[in-house]
Design a protein around this ligand. Sequence first.
Ligand SMILES: [Zn+2]
Length: 352
Amino acid sequence: MNEIERIMALSDAFGPSGFEDDVAAIVRAELPEYETYTDHMTNVRCEKEPDSDKPRIMLDAHLDETGLIVQAVKPNGTLRFLPLGGWAASSFPTSAFQIRARDGRLVPAVVANKPPHFMSSAERDKIPEIADMILDCGSVSREETVQQLKIGIGSPAVPDIACRYDEDRQLFFGKAFDDRIGVACEIETLKRLYDEELPCNLMGSFSVQEEVGERGVRANAAALKPDAVICFEGCPADDTFSEDYMIQAALRRGPMLRHMDRSMITNWRFQKLALDTAAENNIPVQESVRSGGGQNGAAVYETFGIPAIVIGVPVRYIHSSNCWCALEDYEAAVELAVELCRKLDRSTVESL
Ligand SMILES: [Zn+2]
């Protein structure tokens, strides 16, 4: 696959938290140069120079996407669900989903919205609670849903949208760029540096269950024992609803380097190294200080005391069904990571 095809395949892959197998399979297939290991959580990891004593630099991206899980089947065949990861209730009504049935088939469904004809005037202005929403796969009975469609308690679902790429504008439209665009960045960085003599031992971590509390990365970091971590994220773009002076993650302005979010105050020495590296190489970057959000770097920083930075590719409308991201931001994120890895020798890593 070329880079565009790879990004599209990753976006389309079914992989809500806890069900990342299809995404992990793409990662393994796209990294034939590396010997990959997949653990029982479905975390994937690899190492460029397993026997070296160079500083250990772990690249990380998470395989999972926000989705749903079926909690109960109602007598009329519709489904109650819980969100997997952080969803705004307002993103659900009328959104199309695909549910993975027990036999592996993907079944289309919609989060039902009561037609306006049946709404009271109070209901029209109000978003229902997620607990009151239903997922409807067109079934008329519990039996049809469970016996015929093989959907039941525990069936996972993700937004039903096929990725599209606008060649002229070099722009993607699809789901799950948080964090499949990060996964694509990591695969490409590992590939570009595979044949290069580096001052560090490059390691790949593709982590599961980030969206439900950074769970997989802890297992990857415990196994790989990194000295520093570079996290690739699909981060929320803010350029369509922020005042100009507050925009910190716009499309087409390069990756975002995050000084702070709710989970981490980034190690300022590592952050400065990344900003300086971008400036030296004329790579566009954006800086942010966020009141919300969290990511895998924080889990590793906090658990092992290892410095981590986040290279975030701006994605409009993450944690919903329909998202935009630009090829040039992906490309700049890869370039920045490549240049950083070329610099991370023993003394640089120790100075962080
Ligand atoms: Zn993410």
